[in-house]
Structure formats: structure tokens, C-alpha cells
Write a protein that binds this ligand. Structure first.
Ligand SMILES: C[S@@+](CC[C@H](N)C(=O)[O-])C[C@H]1O[C@@H](n2cnc3c(N)ncnc32)[C@H](O)[C@@H]1O
Length: 296
């Protein structure tokens, strides 16, 4: 129970704004204000592919784990991840989800539970029962989980794991950095608007750096932290990372567009101002001498 219950999504109703489709629940409650249209689904698929290559297609860190029960927090690319994990561990053919809720946890592949993760988990919910899961996946939820909820969210995930279970978390900070040390005009401007909008929605856009502390406080042991720099552009000396950076260039621009459109337009930007901002970001992303990367 909580004294301040969080709103729960009841439907997948959507609203068309700024030429894109958004989940009504998201924009009404300031949670993950990102489009839900085909353009965004394609972007997510491309983004997850690049991120997966950054991590050399590793699915999860503990190699000796054969998970039977998996919880994936927030619907999206995590479903394919859970299916791959299940196939690799040879525990099942990995049936896909029957429903297609936008706001959901994916549990054990064939069950989806529509649930706002900002609300503390209750023990009477079968899908969120204590000591149930072998593996929990939580990725890219910085614009989704309230800043004050992260500590109890990680604790809730900890308590859903059986003894010996594992939690895998991944967050990106879309404050694109330059190894050149030169200032970034448009990319910094985008980040300032985006991060300030998230903060107004009580989110922590830099939560990735806080995760080790939350994991430790929740009682996790064997915590492995693997910071990565996702290259943007074809500048890296390592051939594998150069390819990742080459493909990330267009995905980065789509990401700035998808993650930024709601917040920039809500901050009063006209369509032409937003397009100018993205065009400026594109010029910077195309300048290989800047050697850009996204911290993960
Ligand atoms: C960026 S995706 C990533 C999650 C996915 N598990 C993955 O690993 O690819 C974010 C998804 O989480 C959902 N989501 C965002 N905030 C949520 C919340 N507070 N509760 C439940 N789902 C949420 C969104 O609807 C969106 O489908």
C-alpha cells in the first residue's frame, strides 16, 4: 500500500500531436512521452540492434544461468531479448505475447501485465510475487521511473528474484559527449531542453550513474558495472566500434527526434525551430572530428 497511489494505465488509447502518435496515459501523466507509432517501433528496433552489437550480442552477464522465469520491465525490445534468452537456455520455444499493451511488464514470455512501474509492487499480484524470477531485465526507463521511486523500484525487483537470481539494468544518458573537448552547440541545447523537461516531470535523466548505489542499498551482491561509450559516427579506431558508430549516426538523430519532440514542442518550440535544432544536431553528428559518443 502507498499513501500516494500512482495512476494506472487502463487502456492503450492514443493521441495524435505534432504529426506523431503518443499514448494518452503517457502524456497526461508525464511518463515516457515518446511516440508509439511505426516510426518509433522501427527506431527502437534499430537502436536495440546497435546497443546489442556494442555489448557484442551478449544477452546477459551471468553465463551459467538457465532462467525459467524472466521479468522484463516496460514493454518494447525486451520481449525479443527475453525470447533470445529462453532459446539460448533451451528452456522453451519462446512463444510471443498475445496482447500488445504499450505500458506493460512482460513476464515469462506469454504473460503481459499492464502496470505503472512507479507504483510499488504488491505481493498479492501473481505476476509480481516475491522470490519468483530467475532474471529481471530493466532497460531505458530513465524517462519513465520517478526520481524518488528508483530506490524502492530496485528494491522491488530485488525482492522478486529467487535466491541466486540476477537483475540486469541498462540506462543511457543522451547527453552526447565529444572526445575532442570542443563544445557542442546544438546537441547541448537539445540535452538542456530534454533533461530539464524530465526533471520537471520528477524524473532523473542521469539515473544510470546512480544504479550501482541503488543496487548496493537494495542488498544485491556480485554487482558488476560495465560503463560503455556508444560511438555516434564512423570515427572509432576499433573496426567493430567504427561500424557500430556508422549505424548509430542515423539512429541517434531519430532518437533525438523521438525523445525530444514532445518536450521541445511543449516548451514552446514551433515545428520549424524543432527542425532547425535537429538539423544543427545532424551537422554535429556528421562531423567525425568531434568523435561523439553516448555514455551508457
Ligand atoms: C524504452 S522501452 C524499454 C523497455 C524494454 N523492456 C526493453 O528492454 O527494451 C520503454 C517501454 O516501457 C514502457 N513504460 C514506460 N514507463 C513505464 C512505467 N512507468 N510503467 C510501465 N511501463 C512503462 C513504455 O510504454 C515503453 O513501451
Amino acid at each position: 500500500m502507498t499513501s500516494n497511489p500512482q495512476p494506472q494505465p487502463r487502456t492503450d488509447a492514443s493521441v495524435h500531436e505534432y504529426g506523431r502518435d503518443f499514448l494518452t496515459f503517457s502524456v497526461q501523466h508525464g511518463i515516457h512521452c515518446v511516440p508509439i507509432d511505426d516510426e518509433e517501433l522501427n527506431r527502437q528496433a534499430d537502436f536495440y540492434d546497435v546497443v546489442s552489437r556494442l555489448f557484442e550480442r551478449r544477452l546477459f552477464l551471468p553465463t551459467d544461468l538457465a532462467p525459467e522465469f524472466i521479468l522484463d520491465c516496460g514493454s518494447g525490445g525486451g520481449i525479443e531479448w527475453a525470447e533470445e534468452v529462453m532459446e539460448k537456455s533451451e528452456l522453451g520455444p519462446g512463444s510471443s505475447s498475445s496482447e500488445d499493451d504499450d505500458f506493460a511488464c512482460q513476464v515469462s514470455l506469454d504473460v503481459k501485465k499492464r502496470w505503472n512501474l512507479n507504483e510499488p509492487f504488491r505481493y498479492d499480484q501473481e505476476e509480481l510475487a516475491r522470490d519468483k524470477y530467475d532474471l529481471v531485465n530493466s532497460r531505458f526507463l530513465a524517462d519513465s521511473i520517478n526520481a524518488s521511486r528508483w530506490a524502492s523500484y530496485v528494491q522491488d525487483l530485488h525482492d522478486r528474484l529467487r535466491d541466486g537470481g540476477w537483475l540486469q539494468m541498462l540506462e543511457a544518458q543522451f547527453n552526447i559527449q565529444s572526445r575532442s573537448g570542443r563544445p557542442l552547440e546544438y546537441l547541448s541545447r537539445w540535452w538542456n531542453i530534454y533533461s530539464q523537461a524530465l526533471e520537471r516531470q520528477n524524473k532523473d535523466p542521469r539515473v544510470g550513474t546512480e544504479l550501482p548505489r541503488h543496487l548496493h542499498n537494495a542488498g544485491f551482491i556480485n554487482i558488476a558495472v560495465e560503463p560503455k561509450q556508444l560511438p555516434v559516427g564512423e570515427w572509432h579506431q576499433d573496426p567493430r566500434l567504427r561500424e557500430v558508430g556508422r549505424d548509430m549516426k542515423s539512429v541517434a538523430l531519430q532518437t533525438l527526434r523521438s525523445l525530444g519532440i514532445w518536450h521541445c514542442r511543449q516548451a514552446g518550440m514551433q515545428e520549424s525551430d524543432f527542425e532547425d535544432l535537429i538539423a544543427g544536431c545532424e551537422r554535429e553528428v556528421s562531423d567525425m572530428s568531434l568523435r561523439l559518443y553516448i555514455p551508457m
